[in-house]
Design a protein around this ligand. Structure first.
Ligand code: NDP
Ligand code: OXD
Length: 317
């Protein structure tokens, strides 16, 4: 039996490490690359990340496709994706890193750290206004799945006043969760820092637009809403973020994901003083932990158990 490794760049160090773990820990399966010569009928599983569209088609014995990340939008965008089970990463090594990113961004905005960075550059000793304390700041998390729930708990530890928004209703201790289109306006109206951890689906594409920014909370101790997007670039309308920042509808934004990645060098987002930008690294996970998680998913399938991380194709996540 073989496992097809279908990625954008097989020479990448991270991918090489993943491959090494598969070869070492799952020796009964041969790891094959799309361009190699092998018997297509031997392939039972495919492990993919931003693979070439169509490269997962025509494997008659394929049982399941595993995403090397938490998101599966790249898989579902492939019109020739075979009709087999899809699984994704849902594991602590990735989740905890995302929460580190989210807490870092919220604290950086809360404490106006960017201002002190500028002052340090200018050798300027200036105390400035006392910032609000975290409990006076309302964080709203769009997407209360694996990542959103962990981030919510960690933001609560810092004292933030946290709420969430998801597709279906859910209850969480001490965190009110709004849901669906009906719950969105009330959720936004109580949000000073909007943290976005949504998947990119037909329903969520372009959701972060001017109409939504205008519904965020104003006034209060935080003095203008901030957005942190670590979900997917396709959720945001970048021209609207720009306009919203320039008209004071947003005070600042932290962006880890972009409509086009890598972000083109000529993009005006790079130089915007109110944007904190990172190159899609919010939850980069270790190759070892990622490969190990997929090996566990494969072992579950082979033992007749349901693996964690099954994707619902009809929902798109
Ligand atoms: P989950 O599937 O566990 O959670 C998704 C959440 O989004 C759920 O709460 C779901 O609602 C909610 N949701 C989906 N569609 C809608 C909708 N139309 N309206 C309202 N809520 C919706 O995913 P994860 O938490 O594991 O990951 C979320 C995303 O984070 C990934 O899909 C990926 O795009 C991104 N990501 C980014 C990384 C980075 O480095 N920047 C790293 C890893 C992931 P419900 O609970 O009702 O199902
Ligand atoms: C993921 C990502 O989906 O890294 O895991 O974006």
């Amino acid at each position: 039996m073989s496992i097809l490794l279908a990625v954008a760049d097989e020479t990448n160090d991270w991918v090489q490490e993943v491959a090494e773990v598969f070869r070492r820990e799952l020796p009964e399966h041969q790891l094959v690359l799309p361009d190699e010569l092998f018997d297509r009928r031997s392939v039972s599983y495919a492990v993919a990340w931003r693979h070439k569209p169509g490269s997962l088609a025509n494997f008659p014995m394929l049982e399941a496709v595993f995403s090397l990340g938490a998101g599966v939008d790249f898989l579902l965008a492939d019109e020739r994706l075979p009709d087999v089970s899809i699984f994704r990463i849902a594991q602590d090594n990735l989740t905890f890193r995302m929460s580190e990113y989210v807490v870092l961004q919220c604290l950086t905005h809360l404490r106006d750290q960017r201002r002190y960075d500028r002052q340090q550059r200018d050798h300027w000793w200036n105390v400035g206004d006392v910032p609000p304390i975290a409990s006076e700041v309302r964080v709203g998390i769009m997407g209360m799945g694996v990542l959103g729930q962990d981030a919510a708990m960690k933001l609560k530890v810092m004292g933030f006043d946290v709420a969430g928004w998801s597709r279906s209703p859910k209850t969480m201790d001490d965190v009110p969760v709004f849901s669906g289109a009906d719950g969105l306006e009330d959720f936004l109206a109580r949000t000073d820092i909007l943290v976005v951890l949504l998947p990119l689906t037909n329903e969520t594409r372009g959701i972060l637009n001017m109409a939504l920014f205008e519904k965020l909370a104003r006034g209060g101790r935080f003095n203008g809403p901030v957005m942190v997007n670590a979900g997917r670039g396709g959720l945001q309308v970048e021209a609207d973020i720009f306009r919203a920042l320039d008209h004071g509808i947003l005070k600042a934004a932290s962006l880890d994901v972009f409509e086009t990645e890598p972000l083109p060098t000529e993009s005006p987002l790079w130089a915007h003083p109110q944007i904190m930008l990172t190159p899609h690294i919010a939850a980069d996970s270790e190759p070892f932990a990622t490969a190990r998680f997929i090996i566990r998913q494969i072992r579950d399938i082979e033992a007749g158990r349901e693996p964690p991380g099954r994707v619902d194709r009809s929902l798109g996540y």
